[in-house]
Design a protein around this ligand. Structure first.
Ligand code: NDP
Length: 255
């Protein structure tokens, strides 16, 4: 009998990510915050990317209080950032570390839950920009630093509605399909010629502000806390998934 490799069941060693520099978008809250704390707890040097500096500062303090390596705060509004701001992030990471071992595209915008027929066009553009175009642009500008790392991992955040379309999920669902496509194209381009692996992850229903906005009537406790779903992230961003690329993974067991 062959057993399937399940990153969500991965049990990381204490120092599994030691010596790895891992950048995380949307690191100030929800799943991004939880993954940042988990990566730091396993020894990573974390670059906290996000738009709300006060939230990033709280995560910074939590990492220091837990005895983690000092992280870096890198403010970046993915909706508004100019090319120069992207370049500045790459330059800052390059100057400090000279490489990047992990990049988690976690930040996301839900937009409206409404029929395509009535979906607001400017909102559609914003959701596609934050969820897809910004992740593409950030990957592009950081690729030289990822290539400079011995075992780099790029991880995109998908969703169940990015694998099978569902009514009223509009731009969000379409953006997650695009994210899956972006991950596949990039994984194929980089396979064989680089040591950069590229995968996508579906966190599954998780108790965050986005989940509350999408399911306002749901009993909050019915979705797991972000802290409980980080095993697959740590696995994929670290040596636990070395050699794995072009895959899409679930952070939780299927419901
Ligand atoms: P949250 O709403 O809690 O967090 C979203 C994060 O994205 C926040 O840190 C937010 O920053 C950041 N963000 C939003 N817009 C921007 C922007 N313009 N620039 C920079 N950062 C931005 O949601 P989750 O933690 O739930 O979501 C994390 C990821 O997981 C998303 O990609 C989401 O689509 C995906 N996902 C979540 C599921 C769930 O059930 N929770 C299920 C499936 C997928 P700020 O706090 O400053 O607003």
């Amino acid at each position: 009998m062959t057993s399937r490799f399940e990153p969500r069941l991965h049990v990381a060693t204490r120092d599994e990510l030691a010596g790895r520099v891992i950048a995380i978008t949307g690191a100030g809250s929800g799943i991004g915050r939880a993954v940042a704390l988990a990566c730091a707890a396993h020894g990573a040097e974390v670059v906290l990317l996000g738009r709300t500096v006060t939230k990033l500062e709280k995560v910074y303090d939590e990492i220091i209080a837990a005895g983690g390596v000092e992280p870096v705060i890198a403010p970046l509004d993915l909706e508004k950032a100019s090319a120069r701001e992207y370049d500045a992030i790459a330059e800052a990471i390059g100057t400090r570390y000279g490489r990047l071992d992990g990049l988690l595209h976690n930040a996301g915008l839900l937009g409206d839950l409404s029929p395509i027929e009535h979906y607001d066009v400017p909102l559609w553009t914003r959701v596609m920009h934050v969820n897809v175009t910004a992740a593409f642009a950030l990957t592009q500008v950081l690729l030289p630093l990822l290539r400079a790392a011995p075992d780099a991992s790029v991880l995109f955040t998908s969703s169940s509605v990015g694998r099978r379309g569902r009514a009223y999920w509009g731009a969000y669902a379409v953006s997650k399909f695009a994210v899956e496509g972006l991950a596949q194209v990039l994984a194929d381009e980089l396979s064989g010629t680089t040591r950069v692996r590229v995968n996508s992850i579906n966190p599954g229903g998780t108790r965050t502000a986005m989940r509350r906005a999408a399911y306002p009537a749901e009993v909050a406790e019915s979705a797991p806390l972000p802290e409980t779903i980080t095993a697959a992230y740590v696995c994929l961003l670290g040596p636990g998934a070395r050699g794995m690329s072009g895959q899409t993974v679930d952070a939780q067991a299927p419901a």
